[in-house]
Each structure stands twice: as C-alpha cells, then as structure tokens.
Design a protein around this ligand. Structure first.
Ligand code: FMN
Length: 316
C-alpha cells in the first residue's frame, strides 16, 4: 500500500467547503502548510463532470503534497472519481466527519461512523482501486454515548488507510463545545499509521501544546486559517524559534487576489475571502462595511489597496 507522504511541516490546512479554494490553498502552501486538502467533493458530481465541481479540484503547483477529499453515498462513484483524478493528487481522503444534514441524510459524511464496517469496506475497496495513499477524516463518534474513534481507526488501519485525521468532536456536537484531544491522544497511542489531530487550534502556542500533549504526527487547522493563511508561517516559526512575526492581513489578501485571478475565481469568492481577511484587523469593520457594497473585483481591489501603500493586487 502506498505510504502517507512525509510532510515538510506538521501544520496542515484542513478541508473547508467554501474556503479552501485553489488560491487559498496555494497561499497556505506558500506560507508553509505541510499538506493542503480540497474542500469535500461529491464523487458522483465529479463523474457527471459538473463544471463548478471540477473547478474545485483544480490544484496549484505550490501544493505539494495535496489531498483531494471525496464523499458520497455511492462508493462506486467515489472510487471511479478517485481513479479518474488520482494523477493530480498525492493523497485521496474520504470524508467521514461532515455533520451537515444534507450530507448525513444520504448516509455519507459522519453518518458512516454509525457503521464502522462500511468505512472499513469503503477504504478497502478504494485503496485496492487507486495507486495513491488513501486516508480518512473522522469525528470521535456520533455523540457522548457513542464514541468510537479508536474502533474506527483500527478498522481503517486494517483496511489499508495510510493515515487518519480526527476532529475531536462528535457528530452531535457540530461545532459546539470543545474538541476532545484526550481521545485523539488515545488513538495515536494505539495505532501505527500517522494520526492528524484536529480541533480548536487557533494559535502557534496552542499548536505546539496539542502536538506535544497528544503526540500526533500532524495537526489540521481549519477556522484558525480562515482569513489568515499566514498562520502556517507563524506555527513553523514558533516551532523552530519560540517566536513568530505578526501577519499583515491586507497584504495576504492581495497575494490571494493575485492567485485567484490566475484561476479566474468568481467575484463572490473574492468578496467572501476579503470579508474574512479583514476580520480582527484595525479598521476592519469600516473596511467590511465598504466591501459589503462592492459589486466588482475592481472596486473591491481599490478599497483594499487604498488601505495599504502599494497597489498591485492584479485583479483586472
Ligand atoms: C467553513 C467550514 C467548512 C468546512 N468544510 C469541511 C470539508 O469540506 N471537509 C471536512 O472534512 N471538514 C470540513 N470542515 C471541518 C474542518 O475541516 C475541521 O474539521 C473543523 O472546523 C475543526 O477544526 P478547527 O477547530 O481547526 O476549525 C469545515 C469547517 C468549516 C468551518
């Protein structure tokens, strides 16, 4: 079975629907993310050739290694899709963690945690069909009474998974409460494949603490990277030196916009990202008020570049 790639950094960009577009991922990789994931993508939609969906799985050369995250209630379609696109990716990941109703009502995402045998057979079939390492991203269980991360992780390992990502929340929790890193630690102690921990890591200090406390091989960052892909540089600096430089969100957005232009990402995406990159900065609320009224990339670019000294965002 192909092995999980060696990562240049243990800080990984977690898959995020509506956030981790190709430009955002490329920027995270440029800033030092050890691995990037596409947002979760339906295998059937790939097989049907939906243009919007195919655009989601375009990758940038900076993303090395890069994982595609697939889901779907048709295992056959996920396998066919994986076979079709595996040449573009270093890792094929299966989503067994999404708690959204529209996903779990079809029996996919975190709903699969109710049937660990199905996850096992899914991984087994997929790993036999492709030539790339297959991984799975799970939650720790369905609810507090049904925590089964260890059982699922052992089955995944036996079925041929090359690594496992674990978000320390249950399906029932959604995004509420806190991530349970003790369970992630227990899984790490009892299985041999790499474990990527996930949940509530927002700063380099928290990253280092969770890495040391749990012993995991890597940590996925999701919300902590929204509007701040520079967090990967900060984490790497902190792990190496104990300090890190402050980010400049507007400059980061300008870089994002340049890459987004290369991939012709649409204006709505640019605007959503602009709103995120300006959260938490001095004068951000004022900027966002102006951004809300923007109706074109030119206008958006002008507002943001006027707030910094140089204007070179590259948006036409
Ligand atoms: C906006 C958003 C979209 C997400 N989309 C996905 C997805 O496509 N696939 C997935 O496995 N997890 C997805 N997640 C979950 C995250 O990858 C991650 O597991 C979760 O947010 C916990 O990590 P954090 O505490 O670092 O945010 C998403 C989370 C957010 C906030």
């Amino acid at each position: 079975m192909p092995k999980f790639p060696k990562l240049r950094s243990p800080a990984v960009l977690s898959p995020m629907s509506g956030v981790t577009d190709v430009a955002f991922r490329a920027l995270a990789a440029r800033y030092g993310a050890g691995l990037t994931y596409t947002e979760f993508t339906n295998g059937t939609a790939i097989m049907r050739g939906h243009a919007v969906v195919l655009k989601r799985i375009v990758t940038d050369p900076l993303e090395k290694p890069v994982a595609v995250q697939l889901f779907g209630n048709s295992v056959e379609d996920v396998i066919d899709a994986a076979k079709m696109i595996e040449h573009q990716f270093d890792v094929i990941d299966i989503n067994c963690g999404c708690p959204a109703w529209k996903v779990i009502k079809t029996g996919s995402g975190s709903e699969l945690l109710k049937s660990p045998d199905k996850i096992s057979s899914f991984i087994n079939k997929l790993a036999s069909a492709v030539n790339k390492p297959v991984t799975v991203k799970i939650r720790i269980g369905i609810d507090d009474e049904h925590i089964n991360a260890l059982e699922v992780a052992k089955l995944a390992q036996d079925a041929g998974a090359a690594a496992i990502g674990i978000h320390g929340r249950t399906q029932a929790q959604g995004y509420s409460g806190t991530a349970n890193w003790n369970i992630i630690k227990q899984v790490k102690e009892q299985i041999d494949i790499p474990v990527i921990g996930n949940g509530d890591v927002f700063t380099p200090e928290q990253f280092k603490h969770r890495l040391e406390q749990s012993g995991v091989d890597a940590i996925m960052i999701a919300r902590g990277a929204i509007g701040n892909p520079f967090i990967f540089t900060q984490i790497n600096q902190y792990l190496a030196t104990g300090t890190y430089e402050k980010e400049n969100r507007i400059e980061q957005f300008v870089e994002y916009a340049q890459i987004a232009q290369k991939y012709s990402l649409n204006f709505d995406m640019l605007k959503t990202q602009a709103m995120s990159f300006t959260k938490g900065i001095v004068g951000g609320a004022y900027l966002r008020e102006k951004l809300t009224k923007c109706i074109s990339a030119e206008e958006l670019c002008k507002i943001l570049t006027e707030s910094i000294i140089t204007c070179d965002c590259g948006v036409p």
